[in-house]
Design a binder for this molecule. Structure first.
Ligand SMILES: Nc1ncnc2c1ncn2[C@@H]1O[C@H](COP(=O)(O)OP(=O)(O)OP(=O)(O)O)[C@@H](O)[C@H]1O
Ligand SMILES: [Mg+2]
Length: 295
């Protein structure tokens, strides 16, 4: 569904350049539900905005389904955004209309892009647990309820890919659990691919795979494993999600040309600055400070 290879995003403002993504690699399978974590400023929103067609990549490769987002024309980008992706922000003030009802809010983008499908709009609000409140005006709903309306809106165009940037950032734990449960059900029932950006590591436990971004690069991956299952049963087995025995195993990401990112703390601990010595003993690769600096 998603392929990023050496994805670069540079923001230029006056004479200042910020390299927000510096050659990021990411692959997401169709039907996968995964999370992206990383410190503030690591490039998570930049990545999501590029995938959502809200921002243009600077270089590298990035494609979603059949769309090449580097080469896509402005015209194609409009239909890409309309037909392929749904987007949820941390604070949804920008795409909710306070004096319309929840139902009218979900119907609005349908009227603007495709055609109005009231039955589907109602079904979406039922999916997010707002059946009883769909005729309430937005400003009469709580923050968590408004966030669920935003989820319904993001699905109104029947997207294949749902992108959520800190979707639970401003709600309490109970609402956050509820929202994650909604995502999981949507993923299972309509097979939609979901990418969630989050700071919250406890949410990361609720998805199949977590990718950590560090300084605009994919650094490590955590893959959910259930020790009671054989390896062949792991992939795509959504029934084990949230299971008490499920654990995440951490892997370092190695790109196509063999590069990997070593955590800064490891380098500092070994006083490795610009070079290191590397040995292969037949089973392991050992990275240590340059010999000349030892002892
Ligand atoms: N429109 C922009 N113009 C210039 N620089 C930008 C712009 N948007 C983001 N940046 C810079 O790019 C880098 C990555 O920002 P980004 O918003 O992707 O981080 P993030 O991982 O989403 O952080 P947070 O967790 O705080 O939301 C930061 O250094 C940021 O200052
Ligand atoms: Mg962000």
């Amino acid at each position: 569904m998603i392929t990023c290879e050496g994805l670069v995003k540079i923001y230029k403002s006056d004479d200042l350049e910020v390299v927000a993504l510096q050659g990021l690699n990411l692959h997401v399978r169709e039907g996968e539900m995964m999370a992206i974590i990383g410190n503030s400023g690591s490039g998570k929103s930049t990545l999501l905005n590029i995938l959502g067609g809200l921002d243009r990549p600077s270089a590298g490769q990035v494609s979603v389904g059949p769309w090449d987002l580097l080469k896509i024309t402005d015209e194609q980008l409009v239909s890409y955004k309309r037909d392929t992706v749904g987007f949820i922000w941390q604070s949804n003030a920008r795409n909710l209309l306070p004096y319309l009802t929840a139902l009218e809010n979900v119907e609005m983008p349908m009227m603007l892009s495709s055609k109005l499908d009231r039955a589907y709009a109602k079904q979406l609000l039922e999916w997010v647990g707002l059946k009883e409140r769909m005729h309430n005006k937005l400003h009469q709903l709580s923050g968590g309820e408004q966030q669920r309306v935003a989820i319904a809106i993001s699905l109104s165009n029947r997207p294949k890919l749902l992108l959520a940037d800190e979707p639970t950032g401003s709600v309490d734990t109970r609402t956050s659990d509820l929202i994650m449960d909604i995502f999981r059900r949507l993923n299972r029932e309509i097979g939609i691919t979901i990418v969630i950006v989050t700071h919250d590591l406890s949410l990361a436990g609720k998805v199949d795979r977590v990718v950590a971004i560090r300084d605009g690069l994919t650094s490590t991956e955590f893959i959910k494993r259930n020790p009671n299952l054989d390896d062949k049963d792991q992939i795509g087995d959504h029934s084990t999600l949230g299971g008490a025995e499920a654990i995440h195993e951490e892997y370092v990401v190695v790109d196509r040309v063999g590069r990997l990112q070593i955590p800064k703390s490891y380098l500092t601990a070994l006083q490795i600055t610009d070079k290191a010595s590397m040995e292969f003993d037949g089973e392991r690769i050992i990275i240590s400070p340059p010999k000349s600096l030892e002892g």
